[in-house]
Design a binder for this molecule. Structure first.
Ligand code: HEC
Ligand code: HEC
Ligand code: HEC
Ligand code: HEC
Ligand code: HEC
Ligand code: HEC
Length: 360
């Protein structure tokens, strides 16, 4: 009730504001002038569930993001008049007004949604039944948030963020009209490299895979901590970008980033027989042999799952304790001798030998 009231009054206020601010610049895709209202930082309320909702659109962020050529209405399809009713949830797999040039069809992320659906992250199992704990399965927005998007520029082999002006002028020699050159330059170059730093990718996966309750619900190991203990994990922590992160090992070869499968599925990149091929890429271990199949990234020293590693760890711990306590005992005995040089368990007959020694 209350929320509905504030919605109406907000909308009214916004209409008044809109009349005042009519001369403001409007982005190309914004024919319903959404930003006119949504540019106001204070546009927010507490919703029915008591959660704070922010309706402010940071236009600078929007204009530098991957969806800047989309109209607001491409995604918020149910909003067709102003002031508008409460909006429905956006479906990332719907079509937008942009035409994809190679197929001349309206663009959609549906292929990605389909890939995601048949990956380990899909919400339905092979028989089409919902897997348990539906809320744990990632949706697009769980892994993708706008501030993380950054264009990457490649010029003379150097990779920087942002569009290289020098490089883009080469395209402009032929593509002279509008922002065509800039747009497509960015479109291509941003895909020549990962758009996220490995540490950020790991953080995305860690959101779920490091959470103890999540791991218990799905009976999965603490893959993030164990990965960080490996040589790969340590190099990445030191700032390397050439070392494999989760995606380099887990994405099925020839598929897009969204096909991550369980190690039990024969087509998975980390299925036992596929591990050598996964390691043997141009950028990594070009000459990896079959014995690399034994490489385990996520060893947890669980006795049932990794008995060899468990007993080796136990063995090493025992050996270390033995060596440590042996020398500790030795040092302790040595100390005793220094403190009490004349102490002995065997009582000697002559009683006055020690006072005599003190005098000397
Ligand atoms: C006249 C001002 C105004 C205009 C123009 C406007 N909005 Fe809004 N919009 C609002 C207000 C006010 C709210 C907050 C409503 C509330 O309190 O629930 C809102 C909320 C929203 C929400 C969240 C609502 C929900 O229920 O989850 C979305 C999404 C949204 N607007 C999208 C758009 C889009 C897309 C356009 C352009 C097609 C647009 N708005 C144009 C005023 C406006
Ligand atoms: C590429 C698709 C896309 C475009 C383009 C887009 N949005 Fe959104 N918008 C989303 C998604 C996804 C959400 C998250 C809420 C959801 O899942 O429905 C969202 C949420 C919102 C919200 C509500 C935030 C909340 O807490 O509910 C507002 C307000 C909003 N958008 C306004 C706009 C305006 C104004 C524009 C145009 C400048 C715009 N959007 C363009 C996809 C889009
Ligand atoms: C489990 C996490 C995860 C989920 C869920 C996810 N993505 Fe992604 N997505 C990624 C990662 C990681 C990348 C690669 C980012 C990079 O290269 O740095 C990516 C890349 C992309 C790209 C860019 C492809 C390219 O090469 O430029 C698009 C588009 C995309 N995702 C759309 C989606 C859509 C749509 C959904 C929902 C149907 C979705 N993603 C769900 C993790 C995810
Ligand atoms: C020497 C002139 C020239 C230069 C330089 C050039 N292009 Fe092109 N480009 C063309 C021509 C001509 C076509 C159309 C060719 C065809 O359709 O077979 C084209 C087609 C394209 C297309 C396909 C458009 C579509 O809708 O099918 C893209 C994208 C593109 N160029 C991007 C770029 C980018 C990015 C650069 C700079 C890195 C660049 N071009 C540099 C001449 C050039
Ligand atoms: C929103 C939570 C969430 C995020 C974020 C997430 N995952 Fe998952 N992941 C899951 C769920 C849920 C499962 C399915 C577990 C099950 O089947 O019980 C899963 C399963 C997996 C599996 C298969 C495990 C097996 O053997 O059954 C792999 C591999 C995996 N995820 C890797 C990743 C990687 C890599 C990332 C980061 C790009 C990531 N996940 C991000 C929730 C998430
Ligand atoms: C160097 C390659 C490599 C990297 C990097 C890597 N993994 Fe793995 N991952 C594997 C292999 C191989 C397996 C199969 C089990 C094993 O051998 O340890 C696996 C297994 C898994 C599983 C299933 C574990 C289970 O309990 O069944 C999950 C989930 C997972 N990885 C997620 C991740 C996440 C998240 C990251 C990033 C923090 C990551 N992996 C980084 C190679 C890798």
């Amino acid at each position: 009730m209350n929320a509905c009231y504030s919605y109406k009054s907000f909308a009214l206020l916004a209409v008044i504001v809109s009349l005042i601010a009519f001369s403001d610049q409007v982005p190309a895709g914004d024919e319903l002038n959404c930003v006119m209202c949504h540019k106001h930082r204070g546009l927010s309320r507490i919703d029915e569930n008591g959660e704070f909702r922010l309706f402010y659109i940071n236009q600078e962020l929007f204009d530098s993001g991957p969806h800047r050529r989309n109209k607001c209405k491409d995604c918020h399809t149910d909003i067709d008049r102003i002031p508008h009713k409460p909006a429905k949830k956006v479906d990332c797999a719907q079509q937008c007004h942009i035409v994809e040039p190679s197929g001349q069809k309206k663009f959609t992320h549906k292929p990605i949604a389909d890939t995601l659906a048949r990956s380990a992250h899909g919400k339905l199992d092979a028989d089409g039944k919902p897997k348990p704990y539906q809320d744990d399965f990632p949706e697009c927005k769980d892994c993708h948030d706008q501030p993380f998007y950054r264009p990457i520029s490649v010029y003379k082999g150097k990779v920087k963020s942002g569009v290289s002006e020098r490089a883009v002028t080469r395209c402009k020699a032929c593509h002279t009209s509008g922002d065509f050159a800039e747009d497509f330059y960015e479109h291509v170059t941003s895909r020549l490299r990962k758009t996220r730093f490995p540490l950020e990718t790991i953080e995305v996966c860690a959101k779920c895979h490091q959470d103890p309750d999540f791991r218990e619900r799905h009976e999965l190991d603490d893959v993030v901590t164990t990965y960080k203990q490996t040589f790969h994990g340590k190099l990445i922590a030191l700032g390397s970008e050439k070392t494999p992160d989760c995606l380099d090992c887990h994405v099925v070869a020839g598929e897009n980033t969204h096909l991550i499968e369980s190690q039990t599925v024969p087509s998975s990149a980390v299925y036992k027989d596929n591990v050598p091929t996964t390691c043997r890429t141009e950028d990594c271990h070009t000459k990896a042999g079959a014995n690399l199949a034994g490489f385990q990234t996520h060893v947890t020293y669980d006795r049932k799952k990794y008995p060899l590693q468990f007993y080796m760890l136990m063995g090493f711990k025992a050996l270390m304790a033995l060596v440590l306590y042996f020398f500790l005992t030795l040092i302790f005995l040595e100390l005793l001798r220094r403190l009490f040089p004349n102490f002995t368990f065997i009582k000697e007959k002559s009683v006055d030998s020690s006072p005599q020694q003190k005098k000397s």
